[in-house]
Design a protein around this ligand. Structure first.
Ligand code: BGC
Length: 757
């Protein structure tokens, strides 16, 4: 990948008129940028994204309404994320790049790295996880895969776009620590590891300022701190004030403004309200992207539809999570009769609604695939319910129950109808439709060998989890989901997916419950750092299935974990994992850290690394998980930077966030934080200072002897130093007397600050 500096970018538009430069900064149409022919700057296409190519042929829209060219529909992020498989995500990314290249698309709009803050967000299916490491690592792999083909990506929606409700106006109000440690961390990882060609700014405001005109996000954080080299594109229609947006670092407005905002930019430069150098940098970045695409060798079509379908199938199979499998009910065996129940059998939900809707090249038939495994005479089908509530519910249920009673196994396909979750709006609850729950209860009464298969873009409550022996979470699996599900049901693929989001017992238990979706234009992220499992663990709340959970048809044993720091200060965690069952399988090994009594509030444990290991039956292998030192850091609000705190960190090696297999601890050397001292500095802070500390401590000792008489009435054991620890040094004079008058204090502070310590 070629990375271009700003100077390069600016130079690339030298010689263009002011009007030409301004014209580059907004779209020519819905999906195309403008070119400047005489300067050799072509017009290029950017289009959706993220789990397939949505290249529209006729009328254009950003809601998935108009027709688009057939493309492979891979599993949306909710599925692919559950694979925790970066190598697979890379290959899917590559395939997206190939399809884009064949269609002359310079940038595919994705992936999304937003955090699943609430199960209710209508667009959770487009995001990977409630955890920033999972989101960041999976999105990085996807970006790297796509960009290896020369096609660019657009990391979106930057930032804090965690709901659909009022998404074009609402302000996400977030304190600095959760903003940095949770919501920005996933983006930071992708930007620093993969340099996406573009970042798409979100619609919403962040702490009062539109993401599209937010200099803190777009310039300070993204470019200065993280070193982003690409260009920032607006979400479609996200621009509020074009001139402020440009000044803040938002380079390309999409879609076209019909030239209106170009004229505003020209006027702002002429009136001295906008520095032309800012325009040069933005126009230059757009010119660079366009020229780079011009110089990139295209993949020649036609598309190998079969090969990409096979990859979609592999990815779908890896995305499925086996939540429960009592008595080894799964995998099913052929030549035993099976009742396939549920409307989803013939009407699979394989993607979510909105701008990410792909026109698939084909769709697997679940029934056909299962017939291929079980044998024609052993597969029976009843819808049991309809997705839109039409029909005679009682009659549909009765037919399905009768069928379940007659067959060896009932596989009941439940899920959310498409209308329940979508881009543009959120859910109001996490329940499955009543008609489906009633059907399941009735089936369970007649056939205990019941398997539930779920189709949903984000978590649903599973009130039946204790009563059903086997549950497969099938999320939204893309166009090959039918084949993939048949392979998992019949054991051709041993499931290995794990949850990247907690399944709570009730919506009321979830972290953002009291602060979602906000009101009157503001949504307060009141749960702070405690998003997802960080919340359930801190509050010891029972969950239906925890973050990181997922079973296999085999079992895995873990040895004792060992941790050591390498030369870069990263932690290397080693653990031997053994396949203790009787078939080959894949295990996702997770490493969490914690620091019990630190300087700041922390979750009980936080995921810091994961690794996937494939093992034959009986095989053992040592797994290495590398925890980056930067991922141990917290955001120090007063120092306004990342700080690794010194201490003995626990390292939990786990099969899920609530299935810790080996626990150990490691001493980590901390970063030094010396804030300048002033009169407001507390005695505790002064004591900790290498220069001022000893002087003040000595003076305090003298003071203590002067106060000996007074301390006689103190209850025994009261810690005077602790008692006075929060006392600002500027006010110590009233107790310490003449030793610590205002002048002495100022001298001391000056000396301490001048020491540079
Ligand atoms: C979505 C983006 C999408 C864009 C173009 C917007 O409504 O938020 O994710 O890429 O439309 O379709």
């Amino acid at each position: 990948m070629t990375v271009h500096s700003n100077e390069d970018a600016t130079a690339s538009v030298a010689g263009l008129t002011l009007e030409e430069k301004a014209s580059l900064t907004s779209g020519a149409s819905f999906w195309w940028t403008k070119g400047v022919e005489h300067a050799g700057i072509p017009s290029v296409m950017l289009t959706d994204g993220p789990h397939g190519l949505r290249k529209q042929r006729g009328s254009a829209d950003h809601l998935g309404i108009g027709d688009s060219v057939p493309a492979t529909c891979f599993p949306p992020a909710v599925g692919l994320g559950s694979s925790w498989d970066t190598e697979l995500a890379y290959r899917v990314g590559q395939a997206l790049g190939v399809e884009s290249s064949i269609e002359d698309v310079a940038v595919i709009l994705g992936p999304g790295a937003n955090i699943k803050r609430s199960p209710l967000c209508g667009r959770n299916f487009e995001y990977f996880s409630e955890d920033p490491i999972v989101s960041g690592v999976m999105a990085t792999a996807l970006v790297q895969g796509t960009q290896s083909t020369g096609v660019g990506t657009s990391l979106k929606h930057f930032a804090a776009n965690n709901q659909e409700h009022d998404r074009m106006r609402s302000s996400s109000e977030i304190a600095p620590r959760p903003l940095r440690e949770i919501y920005l961390r996933s983006f930071q990882r992708v930007v620093q590891d993969a340099q996406p060609y573009t970042v798409m700014c979100a619609y919403n405001r962040v702490n009062g300022v539109f993401a599209s005109e937010n200099p803190f996000l777009l310039t300070q954080v993204l470019r200065k701190e993280w070193g982003f080299k690409g260009l920032v594109v607006s979400d479609w229609g996200a621009v509020n004030n074009r001139v402020s947006a440009l000044a803040a670092g938002m380079d390309l407005e999409m879609p076209s403004s019909g030239g209106v905002t170009d004229a505003q930019i020209v006027a702002a430069v002429r009136d001295g309200l906008l520095d032309e150098a800012v325009l040069d940098a933005s126009a230059g970045r757009i010119a660079k992207l366009a020229r780079r695409w011009q110089g990139t060798a295209r993949v020649q079509g036609p598309l190998d539809v079969d090969a990409h379908h096979a990859l979609a199938r592999e990815a779908a199979a890896r995305s499925i999570v086996l939540l429960k499998n009592d008595g080894g009910l799964l995998p099913l065996q052929g030549q035993r009769s099976v009742a396939l129940i549920g409307a989803f059998v013939d009407q699979p939900r394989y993607q979510g609604a909105g701008s990410s809707m792909i026109n698939p090249t084909r769709i697997d038939s679940l029934v056909h695939e299962i017939v291929g495994k079980a044998g024609e005479d052993f597969v029976f089908q009843a819808p049991g319910f309809t997705l839109n509530g039409s029909g005679d519910a009682a009659a549909l249920r009765a037919d399905a129950v009768a069928l379940a009673a007659k067959n060896d196994v009932a596989v009941v396909f439940l899920g959310l109808p498409a209308a329940a979750e979508s881009e543009g709006y959120d859910r109001g609850h996490i329940d499955l439709p009543e008609v489906q729950l009633e059907l399941l209860d009735a089936v369970l009464e007649v056939n205990p060998n019941t398997v539930v298969v779920l189709s949903n873009g984000s978590v649903v409550a599973l009130p039946f989890a204790d009563r059903v022996p086997a549950i497969l979470e099938g999320w939204l699996l893309g166009q090959a989901g039918g084949g993939a599900m048949a392979e998992v049901l019949y054991g051709d693929v041993n499931p290995s997916g794990k949850l990247t989001e907690t399944i709570p017992v009730r919506l009321e238990d979830s972290p953002a419950f009291l602060n979602f979706p906000g009101e009157q234009g503001h949504v307060h992220y009141g749960e702070g750092l405690f998003v997802g499992y960080r919340w359930y663990d801190a509050r010891k709340i029972e969950v239906t299935f925890p973050f990181g959970h997922g079973l296999s048809y085999t079992t895995f044993g873990y040895g004792e974990a060992a941790v050591s720091a390498n030369a870069d200060g990263d932690l290397e965690v080693r653990v031997t994992v053994t396949n203790t069952g009787d078939r080959a399988g894949r295990e996702i090994v997770q490493a969490y850290t914690g620091l019990a009594s630190g300087a700041v509030q922390r979750p009980v444990r936080e995921l810091k690394a994961f690794a996937l290991v494939a093992l034959e039956a009986g095989e053992s292998r040592e797994v290495l998980l590398t925890i980056r030192r930067t991922d141990l850091a917290y955001w120090h609000v007063r120092a306004d930077r990342w700080v690794v705190e010194a201490g003995a960190y626990t390292v939990d090696v786990a099969a899920s966030s609530r299935d810790i297999r080996s626990s150990t601890s490691v001493d980590v050397a901390g970063d030094t934080v010396l804030l300048p001292l002033d009169r407001e500095s507390s005695l505790a802070e002064v004591f900790a200072h290498p220069v001022a500390g000893p002087i003040v401590q000595q003076a305090m000792a003298q003071m203590a002897s002067a106060l000996e008489g007074a301390s006689a009435i103190m209850p025994e054991g009261v810690d005077m130093a602790k008692m006075m620890g929060s006392f600002p040094i500027g006010r110590i004079g009233m107790i310490a007397g003449e030793n610590f008058g205002p002048e002495q204090i100022d001298q001391l502070l000056e000396m301490a600050n001048a020491s540079g310590a």
